[in-house]
Ligand binder design. Structure first.
Ligand SMILES: Cc1cc2nc3c(=O)[nH]c(=O)nc-3n(C[C@H](O)[C@H](O)[C@H](O)COP(=O)(O)O)c2cc1C
Length: 164
């Protein structure tokens, strides 16, 4: 077991965030794919309803998170909650994930209620960070990502020490 896994679900901007975190932490990327893709206007509403009613869905991904020292989950906000694909991933893996944290990405200021919704599901997160997608690539965005990454560096350093 070693390294950081950055798992993400994205139609666009969360992927960029995941790549930036992976670069900063030298982590491995893994994309969650919904096996029932949302297409067009009906897809938009189906995605919202799935998130709102806290449904799960069929998903595909590659890596086994239990094999990593830390896991970072990068997710968009949908109907103020987790997209169904992210909910499915977390439900299936939370028991085996160690030292996990999350980044929530939205197109508007993330409400306290939404942040707490993620926190409630990812109860033992060592870090949680909200990003408004219009802030991506700003100096402050990179500063916050560095601060977020520090939490994981501490865990990784401790893990290295324990192995010596
Ligand atoms: C179906 C749907 C529902 C959404 N619901 C919310 C919401 O409730 N609150 C919010 O702040 N943003 C909401 N968004 C906006 C996304 O969270 C935002 O655009 C995010 O940056 C998308 O990330 P992505 O490009 O990686 O998929 C929603 C987007 C979609 C497509």
């Amino acid at each position: 077991m070693s390294g950081v896994l950055i798992v993400y679900y994205s139609e666009g901007s969360s992927e960029k965030i995941a790549h930036d975190v992976a670069t900063i932490l030298n982590g491995k990327l893994d994309k969650i794919t919904n096996l029932q893709p949302y297409k067009g206007l009906t897809g938009y509403f189906r995605m919202k309803l799935d998130a709102y009613f806290e449904n799960t869905t069929g998903i595909r991904f590659k890596e086994d998170p239990s094999q990593y020292t830390s896991v970072v989950i990068v997710s968009s906000v949908c109907a103020g909650k987790l997209p169904a694909a992210v909910r499915t991933y977390i439900t299936d893996h939370i028991a085996s994930m160690k030292n996990y944290g999350f980044i929530i990405n939205s197109n508007d200021q993330i409400s306290k209620k939404t942040h707490l919704h993620f926190r409630k599901i990812l109860k033992e997160a060592i870090a949680g960070h909200d990003i408004v997608n219009t802030d991506i690539d700003t100096d402050l965005y990179y500063k916050h990502l560095e601060d977020f990454a520090d939490r994981f560096r501490i865990v990784m350093d401790k893990d290295d020490q324990d192995e010596k």
